[in-house]
Design a protein around this ligand. Structure first.
Ligand SMILES: Cc1cc2nc3c(=O)[nH]c(=O)nc-3n(C[C@H](O)[C@H](O)[C@H](O)COP(=O)(O)OP(=O)(O)OC[C@H]3O[C@@H](n4cnc5c(N)ncnc54)[C@H](O)[C@@H]3O)c2cc1C
Length: 463
């Protein structure tokens, strides 16, 4: 054991690592983004391996109990999968959430269990080799280009070779280890990041009674409440409870970190987004664990508030707590272009756009207790945001693309993550087909395929 610069270290013996398999394209992370990258590449006939550390696909969308893309799914694979979910009863109709600041288009939430099944089925049908319960511990590089990844599983440590790696780990784990520059949160000396949260669900909620009460309650300023009771299973969305929460905390001495609660239904189950832990260093296991412990405390308190104060919840019980902590923001890679707040808010045109996106702007105050959730005109995401500086044969998709803190408040939403995954899959497949570096794939070729997939590329192509 040695101690250098105050950090204690231990030397591990060097070893030869067995090669598990070779692929054209390795996708790291089978969450909200990764399956879209994998399916898009595999449908073009490439050998694709999708590596996921947990035992199911969907990440924050399914395991995180998130379920609801904030913004319409405007085309391509994301829309295809949502329509498939609808045809299986796994999603409802899209709706408009109305608040004092206007309306936000929301794709219907999905049933996360159905979504796990469909994502897996589509990957398998496309020929993707999924590796579940397999952790990617780092990239291997040769002459500045990624040539594969090291994975850890029950069988031990192995190597998987690849022509192109797509980092969909959400935290840009592979890009960072490969030496690609990145910015944490807002950047600067003391970066701030959006807080972490943990979703939970409640059973035995009288949803029609809740909807009737919410319809006329001033403490629910943002809402979507369908007139047709049959649409309540997927169509109820409520944000507010601020005054009631303040009173509850004063009267009971309970301490909460967030001044509001968002409720939504999916397949008749009530999803609750109400917890918050600010300032967590999610790359430090002790701090990460502390945040989960704190979320559990808040979940008990919020469930008690709902049961005691909100009509419809009188007999409700906690049904499920998300098995993963919901992390909103960590690393943003520094790409060939960094999407800025004004780009995303004003919907600026980009020649190399790979997706027009209508995600809401969704900023949870890094230090405060409020949420800024707004519908805005569509914006565009350039291909260059997926291309990290300094490392070859690596693409990044999902919430860690090259975007600043404000632009990320739109691009972290699931419609944008899915769209960047789809584009990265197409670009990687083209790079392999054409024997080019991902950086050199002609943008016109990527865009042509995305158009064929039904993806609008410019904001004037969607309303
Ligand atoms: C509490 C909360 C509420 C939100 N609400 C909304 C909302 O209402 N609407 C909306 O559109 N967006 C919402 N978001 C944002 C959105 O859900 C996420 O930004 C998005 O899902 C991120 O997608 P991703 O694929 O980048 O990451 P993830 O979905 O987290 O996927 C990353 C995957 O990579 C895997 N992985 C990571 N590292 C490794 C590794 N080294 N080896 C193998 N596998 C690995 C993970 O297990 C995971 O499956 C919310 C986020 C949070 C946290």
């Amino acid at each position: 054991m040695t101690a250098a610069g105050g950090v204690r270290t231990v030397r591990e013996p060097a070893r030869e690592t067995q090669i598990l398999m070779d692929a054209d394209i390795v996708v790291v992370g089978g969450g909200t983004t990764g399956p879209f990258a994998a399916i898009a590449a595999a449908r073009r006939g490439r050998r694709v391996v999708l590596i996921e550390r947990f035992g199911s696909l969907g990440g924050n969308l399914t395991l995180g109990l998130n379920t609801k893309p904030s913004g319409a799914l405007v085309g391509g694979l994301p829309l295809e999968i949502w329509n498939l979910a609808r045809s299986h009863g796994g999603a409802g109709e899209d709706y408009m959430a109305v608040s004092k600041t206007g309306g936000v288009k929301i794709a219907s939430p999905c049933d996360p269990e159905m979504m796990k099944v469909l994502l897996t089925r589509l990957c398998v049908d496309a020929g993707v080799q999924i590796l579940f319960e397999t952790y990617v511990s780092g990239p291997v590089l040769e002459d500045g280009a990624v040539i594969g990844v090291i994975v850890e599983s029950k069988v031990g440590r192995r190597f998987i070779g690849a022509e192109v790696v797509i980092d969909c780990s959400a935290d840009a784990d592979i890009a960072a280890q490969a030496g690609a520059p990145f910015v944490m949160g807002s950047g600067g000396e003391e970066p701030v990041m959006q807080p972490v949260s943990m979703y939970f669900t409640m059973k035995r909620v009288d949803i029609p009674r809740l909807a009737d009460w919410a319809r006329t309650n001033n403490d629910i300023p943002a809402r979507a409440i369908p007139d047709d009771p049959k649409e309540l299973d997927y169509g109820l969305w409520l944000t507010g409870f601020n005054t009631m929460l303040t009173r509850f905390q004063e009267e009971t001495g309970t301490r909460l970190q967030r001044n509001n609660i968002t409720l939504k239904t999916a397949d008749g189950v009530m999803y609750v987004n109400a917890t918050r832990v600010p300032g967590v260093d999610v790359f430090f296991p002790v701090a990460f664990t502390g945040a989960i412990v704190e979320c559990y405390r808040q979940i008990e308190a919020v469930a008690r508030f709902l049961r005691e104060q909100v009509p419809g919840f009188e007999n409700a019980r906690i049904a499920q707590i998300a098995p993963v902590l919901g992390v909103r923001e960590t690393r943003h890679i520094e790409g060939e272009y960094t999407l800025t707040g004004p780009d995303a808010i004003e919907g600026r045109f980009f020649e190399d756009s790979i997706a027009a996106d209508s995600s809401a702007l969704d900023i949870h105050e890094p230090k405060g207790t409020d949420v800024d959730f707004r519908g805005l005109r569509p914006y565009e995401i350039p291909y260059r945001c997926l291309l990290p500086l300094k490392v070859e044969q690596l693409l990044v998709a999902g919430r860690c693309i090259s975007a600043d803190h404000v632009a990320h408040a739109r691009s972290r939403n699931m419609p944008a993550c899915m769209a960047t995954g789809q584009a990265a899959g197409v670009a990687a497949a083209l790079a392999v087909e054409q024997g080019r570096r991902v950086r050199d794939v002609p943008i016109a070729a990527i865009q042509e395929i995305l158009r064929e997939l039904g993806m609008p590329l410019h904001s004037n192509q969607i309303n």
